[in-house]
Design a binder for this molecule. Structure first.
Ligand code: 5GP
Length: 204
């Protein structure tokens, strides 16, 4: 997929205060809406007759999850979990609470909904926590798949867009707490982002 450079409506959108520091639009609001609708339709078909628990990691997933569930015609419930990130001797670590869920997932159909999969570490931890609860089934839906920095293999059942290794913001995704409210996915060219830095570092 190629990056979408500033033009027409995009240029006007980027002129707003909320977009200051964003270099360009990668995925427009219109494309996001269309793709989320397609994913919702596909989920409704694939899970027809089942009730699903949607598991998402805070905070990045808020826009995607809330739009996606409204595009499905399914009985759904939601479990939002906190993710703790740290750096240990140059290694990026991701942990969840011992039991991050309010309700049991045992015997239930679980759909993990992710905003973006980069190294794969966050998703791996969420998958492990869900599996410990012995769900009846487990599927994964990611809006953005950024495979260039992958450190662990993850298998995604539904993907919105495969993107190049840019640091992206908007539609729930932040940089230093900002930009979650942008209706599109944009690129911040000079963002300092740990997984990307680790991927570029010469190996010892
Ligand atoms: P992973 O654990 O796969 O490296 O990264 C997953 C999490 O890192 C995402 O849920 C998101 O919070 C953050 N992340 C990864 N890539 C990006 C990015 O390009 N932009 C933003 N804003 N967050 C990212």
């Amino acid at each position: 997929m190629t990056a979408r450079h500033i033009n027409g409506r995009s240029a006007r959108t980027l002129g707003r205060v909320a977009t200051q520091g964003v270099d360009r639009i990668l995925i427009s609001e219109r494309r996001l809406r269309k793709r989320v609708r397609e994913l919702g339709t596909q989920l409704s078909r694939d899970f027809a007759g089942s009730e699903i628990v949607c598991v998402g990691a805070l905070n990045g997933v808020i826009c995607f999850l809330s739009d996606l569930i409204r595009e499905t015609d399914l009985m759904t419930s939601i479990e939002l979990v906190d993710v703790h990130r740290s750096v240990d001797e140059g290694t990026h670590r991701v942990t969840l609470d011992e039991n991050p869920f309010r309700e049991t997932l045992e015997g239930r159909n679980v759909l993990i909904i992710e905003d973006i999969v980069d190294t794969g570490l966050t998703l791996t931890e969420i998958v492990a926590a869900v599996r410990r609860q012995q769900p009846a089934s487990l599927k994964i839906c990611a809006l953005l798949d950024k495979p260039a920095h992958r450190q662990v293999h993850v298998s995604l059942d539904y993907v919105g867009f495969v993107i190049p290794p840019h640091f992206v913001v908007g539609y729930g995704l932040d940089y230093e707490g900002r930009y979650r409210n942008l209706p599109f996915v944009g690129v911040v060219e000079d963002a300092e982002w740990l997984p990307a830095m680790l991927a570029q570092a010469p190996s010892a």
